[in-house]
Design a protein around this ligand. Structure first.
Ligand code: SF4
Ligand code: SF4
Length: 219
């Protein structure tokens, strides 16, 4: 096995003109982006789930069979813990989905995530949408012994796309990710009435918990 090829977790493209296509939605959903009709945040999170699972299905069926199985990884989760690698940014609606998932965790686990988030913001100098896109961080959603805490419910699209491939030609094309990111951009507009500029996950988590602060005291 050669050194795994790690996909650079792609930053968001322009979110303009990016309403979700009804054709691409799961069978029992429709009208996700009919004009610019508003919908509630909870509906938006459900629609986001549809977009994410459609994307995951395509990645799993068309690309992942050529990737290294994570079950054989010598360093499981290094792709999430590597502070020089992770640069995932999420929109407001994705942040709301993450926040909803965190609310389901027990208090101790949730507090640990907040602690890791505050530490990441301070250690890596992360800031909001106007900060430099190039800043990377160790993801606070990775929990040793468990893995990604939002794997089933709120995993960001770049994370779904990520796997280790031997051959660059086997990677999912950027356009596939970008087209689904554009759909999420459309959902953000339907829920919040405007584009949502993506921000680093640790900032998104702390905003969701309304505790953006430079303090790194363990709660
Ligand atoms: S994607 Fe899977 S195989 Fe690659 S570094 Fe992460 S856990 Fe290991
Ligand atoms: S959101 Fe999950 S998959 Fe993505 S970097 Fe964080 S822990 Fe890893």
């Amino acid at each position: 096995m050669k050194t795994p090829t790690l996909i650079t977790l792609t930053l968001w493209p322009s979110l303009v003109n990016s309403c979700p296509s009804v054709d691409d939605m799961a069978e029992n959903t429709h009208d996700l982006c009919s004009g610019m009709r508003f919908t509630s945040e909870s509906n938006g999170i459900e629609y986001l789930r549809v977009v994410r699972s459609a994307f995951a299905g395509e990645v799993q069926s068309s690309f992942e069979p050529k990737a290294k199985p994570c079950s054989t990884c010598e360093t499981p989760g290094i792709c999430c813990r590597d502070e020089h690698f992770v640069n995932v940014r999420v929109t407001r609606l994705e942040a709301a989905a993450i926040s909803k998932r965190l609310d389901e965790l027990d208090q101790k686990k949730r507090d640990d995530v907040y602690f890791r988030s505050r530490s990441a913001v301070e250690r890596y100098g992360l800031s909001g949408a106007n900060g430099p896109d190039s800043k990377t961080y160790a993801c606070p959603l990775f929990e040793r012994g468990i893995g990604c805490l939002v794997h089933d419910s709120a995993k960001p699209l770049p994370c779904i796309a990520h796997a280790c491939y031997e051959n660059k030609a086997d990677l999912p094309p950027d356009e596939l990710l970008e087209s689904h990111q554009a759909k999420v951009g459309g959902l953000n507009r339907r829920v919040y009435g405007k584009d949502s500029l993506p921000i680093p996950i640790p900032i998104a988590i702390l905003r969701g918990a309304k505790m953006e602060t430079s303090s790194t005291r363990r709660p």
